[in-house]
Design a protein around this ligand. Structure first.
Ligand code: HEC
Ligand code: HEC
Length: 231
């Protein structure tokens, strides 16, 4: 009897220990293929038609390694918060109430991923390999000084950015919701990618409703620094 008891305890012990195995043993690509690829596109290209944009269930991740800061990914994948208050495509989530457009809150969904710490590390490692080889790197130095008031004026008055994006300035939040919330853009996004996304939105997403606006390198750099400082 004693022998049988012992082996049961050993088996139970192994089952208990299995999830605590080192992150290196987890295959991030396999985890993503199994748990995430039903909603997210890991191979591209982005939709080339408006129909494709309307049907996209979740943001494209095939250039995640160029877009995100790894520490943000690791933390967020364990407890996602809402980034797009009107959903991935705002037109899918609008209802008309008393002659006014409103967001149907029930149809706006945060990412359902709730990974364990080891899984989040492994999936983040995989996502960071998905780089866009054509993106210029080392363009924006986030340590560089910039004029915050001037950048705020550009973002809110001279250019239409604030109409679609929320930002935080001196603890005050403001802005529209048809684009992603940028109030913690600096924690989430790689500064070079912020620059590249402003320079040519349609390169990343041919049918996006974010306009491509001609401006000097200095102005685009200032916008990127302004957003990269928002954490
Ligand atoms: C049922 C569909 C669904 C599944 C499954 C899903 N996601 Fe998401 N994910 C979303 C949606 C919707 C958003 C946008 C949420 C927002 O903007 O707040 C999102 C956002 C994200 C983002 C941020 C993207 C960005 O550009 O802001 C990452 C990273 C992400 N998901 C990773 C994952 C990973 C990794 C998995 C698998 C472990 C996963 N998701 C599973 C629907 C899904
Ligand atoms: C008409 C609406 C609109 C305007 C105006 C607009 N954007 Fe966007 N922006 C978007 C949309 C839509 C996305 C990407 C949507 C997605 O990933 O789900 C985006 C993405 C971004 C991103 C990447 C954010 C992320 O989390 O994926 C940055 C940075 C950005 N915009 C900055 C700007 C700046 C700076 C301006 C002004 C020069 C601007 N936007 C003007 C709609 C807009």
């Amino acid at each position: 009897m004693g022998g049988v008891r012992f082996s049961v305890i050993v088996v139970a012990g192994l089952v208990f220990l299995a999830p605590a195995s080192p992150a290196a043993a987890l295959d991030g690509a396999a985890l993503a293929a199994e748990n995430c690829a039903g909603c997210h596109d890991f191979s591209g290209p982005a939709p080339a038609t408006f129909q494709g944009v309307l049907e996209r269930r979740a943001p494209d991740l095939f250039y995640a390694g160029s877009k995100f800061n790894r520490p943000w990914l690791v933390e967020w994948l364990q407890a996602p918060t809402l980034i797009r208050r009107a959903g991935v495509m705002f037109l899918n989530n609008i209802v008309n109430e008393d002659g006014r457009d409103r967001i149907r809150e029930a149809s706006v969904m945060p990412c359902p991923a709730k990974l364990g710490a080891g899984e989040a590390e492994a999936v983040a490692d995989y996502l960071m390999t998905l780089e866009d080889p054509a993106m210029a790197v080392g363009v924006v130095d986030p340590e560089r000084d910039f004029k915050a008031r001037k950048a705020l004026r550009m973002f809110t008055k001279q250019l239409p950015c604030i109409g679609c994006h929320r930002i935080r300035f001196r603890k005050k939040e403001m802005g529209g919701i048809s684009g992603p919330d940028l109030a913690n853009a600096g924690a989430r996004l790689n500064p070079d990618w912020i620059y590249a996304r402003i320079e040519n939105p349609q390169y990343w997403d041919p049918k996006t409703w974010m306009p491509r606006i001609e401006m000097s390198h200095r102005k685009r750099e200032m916008l990127a620094l302004f957003l990269a400082a928002m954490k």
